[in-house]
Design a protein around this ligand. Structure first.
Ligand SMILES: Nc1ncnc2c1ncn2[C@@H]1O[C@H](COP(=O)(O)OP(=O)(O)OP(=O)(O)O)[C@@H](O)[C@H]1O
Ligand SMILES: [Mg+2]
Length: 238
């Protein structure tokens, strides 16, 4: 389980996140939605230790990870696919994945949730390009490598920051199928997504963010009524 309690964070004099509390239970899929600049990526960066929380507490599987550096996340069963993917462009796909596999193996004492063959089978395109430098791949292929790499860290919770943004519809469809397969495999998911259609398709419930705060919760089973309420959608998502 991931739990944030009253988390705040910002950049220099700019306070971005205020009093953020949210929870993702084991195996649960939760979305975080909100307009541009709401603070979604700042929240992801704070959870994964790229940005220091200024207040509050972040707990994963009972361990306090509020100030844990990014390289310790795997040990807590947490993996993140960042907005800009952060792959090693000059290294081959295989090299990128092998690095993650080593970290994942160590983090889980050698016990693998996701074996290499299973992960590469999820992404046939990745499997065909194992020896290409990552920078030669298309944006969609790179996104798949980024997800494959995250899985090899052996997480029980995956945080994804807008995995579908900027990709062709066919690629988005492929990625959604993989995410659904991961859900069936019991993977917990915190999905940052501006497209509420996509978010409602893959997640059970959601938090709505605006100007650095959680301003609304969409409970389990409430996605449809939220989407049908034009006033709500417009007020929170613009
Ligand atoms: N490195 C930074 N330095 C200073 N301010 C930043 C930095 N990154 C983001 N901000 C500011 O923090 C606020 C929240 O940005 P953030 O990227 O978290 O929003 P977001 O919800 O992820 O938006 P988007 O939907 O566009 O990805 C914005 O006002 C933004 O200008
Ligand atoms: Mg963002």
């Amino acid at each position: 389980m991931l739990e944030l309690s009253s988390v705040s964070a910002g950049y220099g004099a700019l306070a971005v996140l205020t009093d953020i509390s949210l929870k993702v239970d084991d195996g649960e899929a939760v979305a975080l939605v909100g307009a541009n600049g709401a603070g979604k990526t700042t929240l992801v960066r704070t959870v994964c230790g790229l940005l220091r929380a200024r207040g509050g507490r972040i707990v994963k599987n009972g361990a306090d990870i509020t100030l844990a550096p990014p390289h310790e996340l795997a040990r807590h069963g947490l993996a993140v696919v960042l907005e800009n993917r952060r792959l090693f462009g000059e290294l081959s796909v295989r090299e990128n994945l092998v690095l993650a596999e080593k970290v994942g193996r160590k983090a889980r004492g050698g016990k693998l949730r996701f074996a290499w063959d299973e992960v590469t089978a999820l992404f046939p395109v990745v499997k065909e390009r194992l020896d290409s430098p990552v920078e030669l791949l298309s944006g969609g292929q790179q996104q798949m490598v980024a997800i494959a790499r995250a899985l090899l860290l052996q997480p029980d919770l995956l945080i994804m920051d807008e995995p579908s943004t900027g990709l062709a519809p066919k690629v988005v469809k492929d990625i959604l199928l993989v995410i659904k397969a991961l859900r069936e495999r019991g993977m917990g998911l915190l999905l940052i997504e501006q497209n509420v259609g996509i978010a409602s398709e893959i997640t059970d419930r959601a938090y709505v963010m605006a100007v650095g705060r959680i301003v609304h919760e969409i409970g389990a089973g409430e996605w449809q009524s939220f989407l049908q309420d034009e006033r709500l959608v417009k007020a929170y998502l613009g």
